[in-house]
Design a protein around this ligand. Structure first.
Ligand SMILES: Nc1ncnc2c1ncn2[C@@H]1O[C@H](COP(=O)(O)OP(=O)(O)OP(=O)(O)O)[C@@H](O)[C@H]1O
Length: 252
C-alpha cells in the first residue's frame, strides 16, 4: 500500500562538501512528485537519502529526519535493508542482472525474501510484468536473458523487478533519460498508472516530462528546496524568480 514520506531538515554530505542544506519536503501518498533543478544541485542525493542509499557511499553523511508515516527512517533501530525493500529504486540506466533470465530478474527480490513456492513466484512475476506494461512483449520468452531486451524494455523490466516486492514508495532517478521517445512514452504512461498503487518521487531533467506526469514538483538549487507546488501552478506562475529563470531556460 502506498505511503507518504516527509523529510525534516534533511542534510547530506560527501566528505566535507555539504550537498543538501536542510530540506523539508512532503511527498504525498499516491502522487507523483518530480524533483527538478540544474545538474549537481543534489536531486539524486536527495532521493538516495530517502531509502538510506546515500550512506553506502564512502564519506557520506546524513543528518535530519525522514518520516515514513510515523517512523523516522534514520532512527538507529531501523534496518536499512528492510527500508530499501519498502522504498524501491529505479536508476537512470537500465541495470537488469546480466546473467539472469527475464523471469529470474523479476523473481530475484522475492527469492531473497524467502519465497520458494513456484506457483506463487510465477503469479507474482506475471503480476509485476503486467504492472510494468511488459508482460505482452515477454510472456513467450521469460527464460531469455534480461539483456536480450531493448533499452526501454530493460527499463520496464527493472521497474517490474522493483515492483515485485511490493514497495510502498518508488524512487526513480531519471528513469527515462536513456530511452528513445517511444520507450519514454511507455515508461511515462506506466508511471501514471503506478501511482494508484505506490507513491512515486521522480528525478527528471526534462521539464516537459515533469509537466506531463507529476502532480507536484519540487525545484532544488544548490542543495536547497527553492519551491514546491502543484506542478501546473509552478509551471504557469512560479513564486520564486529563480524557479522562473530555470523553467524558462535562463540557467541550468
Ligand atoms: N559519490 C560521490 N562522491 C563525492 N561527491 C559526489 C558523489 N556523488 C555526487 N557527488 C557530488 O554531489 C553533488 C550533488 O550530486 P547529485 O548527483 O545529487 O546532483 P544531481 O542534482 O542529481 O545532478 P545531475 O542532475 O547532474 O544528476 C555534486 O556536486 C556531485 O559532484
Amino acid at each position: 500500500m502506498a505511503k507518504e514520506i516527509r523529510t525534516e531538515s534533511l542534510k547530506a554530505w560527501y566528505g566535507t562538501s555539504q550537498i543538501l542544506k536542510g530540506i523539508d519536503l512532503h511527498i504525498e501518498k499516491n502522487s507523483i512528485t518530480a524533483i527538478i533543478g540544474p545538474s549537481g544541485c543534489g536531486k539524486s542525493t536527495f532521493v538516495r537519502c530517502l531509502n538510506r542509499m546515500h550512506e553506502v557511499a564512502d564519506g557520506a553523511l546524513v543528518e535530519g529526519k525522514v518520516w515514513f508515516e510515523n517512523q523516522n527512517l534514520y532512527d538507529p533501530a531501523m534496518d536499512p535493508v528492510d527500508i530499501r525493500r519498502r522504498i524501491g529504486m529505479v536508476f537512470q540506466k537500465p541495470n537488469p542482472f546480466p546473467t539472469m533470465s527475464i523471469f529470474d530478474n523479476v523473481a530475484s527480490g522475492l527469492r531473497l525474501n524467502g519465497m520458494r513456492n513456484k506457483q506463487a513466484l510465477t503469479e507474482a512475476v506475471e503480476k509485476s510484468l503486467k504492472m510494468a506494461a511488459l508482460w505482452n512483449e515477454v510472456k513467450d520468452r521469460l527464460n531469455h536473458s534480461g539483456m536480450s531486451l531493448s533499452g526501454g524494455q530493460q527499463q520496464r523490466l527493472c521497474i517490474a523487478r522493483a515492483l515485485a516486492i511490493e514497495p510502498e514508495i518508488l524512487l526513480m532517478d531519471e528513469p527515462a533519460s536513456a530511452l528513445d521517445p517511444i520507450s519514454t512514452g511507455h515508461v511515462e504512461d506506466l508511471i501514471g498508472e503506478l501511482k494508484k498503487e505506490v507513491t512515486i518521487a521522480i528525478v527528471t531533467h526534462n521539464m516537459q516530462q515533469a509537466a506531463r506526469i507529476a502532480d507536484k514538483t519540487a525545484f532544488f538549487l544548490s542543495g536547497e528546496l527553492v519551491e514546491y507546488n502543484n506542478t501546473e501552478t509552478m509551471f504557469i506562475s512560479p513564486l520564486d524568480k529563480r524557479t522562473e529563470d530555470y523553467l524558462t531556460g535562463r540557467f541550468g
